[in-house]
Design a protein around this ligand. Structure first.
Ligand code: NDP
Length: 448
């Protein structure tokens, strides 16, 4: 074991002792520490102030009971969370996830990642994440509304436009944000930008719903252009069929690429002819209005469906994991590489396991890690906050232009910190690029 490995091991042993059993959180910190610790070792000011150790400890964690009544009149209880991770560079900012798998470990990993991601956007936003183990799937609109109202009744005590501004994530889309914002407004009697991803009629920003998917394609295009290549005419696979997946497919189509897959937790559709804008419109209706399963796409359009499978067995030039964490395992990465994969744009958060990332990096694939590649969503959330403060709305073109500029700046930051011998290590670039601004602010504040 060399010195660097010893330092990393010691760091991770301490983290695991302080946070037992939180394996997703350990994974996210390990990925950052691997590239940031050597940088800290070379910079005495960060080392002396124990900045990275301090950054792994959330500012605070709020956990609360959420009671609501189901359609049969039975009282149900779920657990609500908000992890306010770090507000060194701006108010806490990060999504809310409603999914049965939500745990403290998952929200700490997401909040930790969010701190770096938000720093990379160049906008003044701290990092946070929250949510509940409530499962909106199969619930009526009224049940979802009652849950959201109860959840916000408690959460409202801890958020505010200059304090903490949540947004959506898995299971929290336009419907849920509407109910949450409505309840906040009712409790506070103030109309203020306390959530982002709002409807356009009540303070939302154009391009917010598109932003994560669009931004991920812009970032991937930046990586390809930097290597003298392009995405036009290339076969692309996309996983998931929710917000991020839908708008990734849409932007791929704008760029002349050929998206051929979508998935959900039941299986994957493989449309060899390519998903078109017309077919995508059908998917948006299926997922957001009828709330059906992706299998219905295969039945409706007559293409292949792989029950219980992900899309990574399908040969492609670029892969866009847009469903959930750890959805690309080592074997999936090996299959993708064997099928001549050239680029990965991570729309989901931490979708590739550490050994899958290693496979991508060793094989020279252009690998765009989530904290850089999917930062478009939170960037436009930041722009929504600005528009709310200014009490005006920018046009679609203005917001899209700003989104493209931000994704370009994030790419440049990754190249600045991650390029050596003509190759860019985007993991290292994103981690160090995200770290420096937060670390310098924490240094300026002293021991707080
Ligand atoms: P949605 O709820 O809109 O869609 C999630 C999609 O992923 C659904 O198709 C869902 O299928 C699938 N999925 C969820 N969990 C699993 C699982 N365990 N196995 C297989 N498929 C699964 O969420 P989003 O599109 O908003 O989020 C997707 C990812 O992108 C998440 O990792 C999120 O953190 C990340 N992200 C989202 C941002 C945003 O702006 N929305 C911003 C940045 C990152 P099913 O319906 O069957 O559950």
């Amino acid at each position: 074991m060399n010195d660097q490995e010893k330092i990393l091991k010691k760091f991770m042993t301490g983290l695991k002792r302080r946070n037992p059993g939180e394996k997703e959180f350990h994974q996210a910190v390990h990925e950052v520490a691997e590239s940031v610790l050597p940088f800290v070792e070379d910079n005495e000011k960060y080392k002396k102030a124990q900045i990275l150790e301090r950054m792994t400890e959330p500012d605070r964690v709020i956990i609360f009971r959420v009671c609501w009544t189901d359609k049969k009149g039975i009282v149900r209880a779920n657990r609500g969370y908000r992890v306010q991770f770090n507000n060194a560079i701006g108010p806490y900012k990060g999504g809310l996830r409603f999914h049965p798998s939500v745990s403290l470990s998952i929200l700490k990993f997401l909040g930790f990642e969010q701190t770096f991601k938000n720093s990379l956007t160049t906008l003044p936003m701290g990092g946070a994440k929250g949510g509940s183990d409530f499962n909106p799937k199969g619930k009526t609109d009224n049940e979802v509304m009652r849950f959201c109202q109860s959840f916000m009744t408690e959460l409202s005590k801890y958020i505010g436009p200059n304090e903490d501004v949540p947004a959506g994530d898995i299971g929290v889309g336009a419907r849920e944000i509407g109910y949450l914002f409505g309840q906040y407004k009712r409790l506070s009697d103030e109309f203020e930008g306390v959530l982002t991803g709002k409807g356009l009629s009540f303070g939302g920003s154009l391009i917010r719903k598109e932003a994560t998917g669009y931004g991920c394609v812009y970032f991937t295009e930046n990586m390809l252009n930097h290597a003298g290549e392009s995405i036009e005419g290339k076969i692309c696979t996309v996983s998931g069929s929710g917000n991020v997946a839908q708008y990734t497919v849409e932007k791929l189509l704008h760029k002349g690429a050929i998206p051929v897959s979508l998935s959900d937790s039941s299986g994957t559709i493989y449309d060899k002819d390519g998903i078109t804008l017309e077919k995508l419109a059908w998917v948006k209706d299926l997922k957001s209005v009828r709330r059906g399963r992706i299998k219905e796409y295969a039945e409706h359009f007559g293409c292949e469906y792989f029950e219980g499978k992900n899309p990574w067995g399908i040969p492609c030039f670029a892969a866009f994991p847009s469903a959930t964490q750890n959805e690309i395992q080592k074997e999936d990465a090996e299959t993708l590489v064997k099928n001549n994969l050239r680029a990965v744009g991570e729309g989901a958060n931490m979708p590739s396991t550490p050994d899958a990332v290693e496979v991508f990096q060793k094989s020279g694939v252009l690998y765009g890690p989530s904290k850089a590649a999917n930062a478009g969503g939170v960037s436009v959330s930041g722009l929504e906050m600005t528009q709310n403060e200014m009490r005006l709305s920018w046009t679609r073109e203005e917001v899209d232009q700003k989104l493209q500029e931000i994704m370009k700046k994030i790419h440049t930051e990754c190249v600045t910190w991650g390029e050596s011998n003509g190759k860019v290590d985007y993991v290292k670039g994103a981690n160090i690029g995200g770290f420096v601004k937060v670390a310098d602010s924490m240094l300026a504040y002293g021991a707080v």
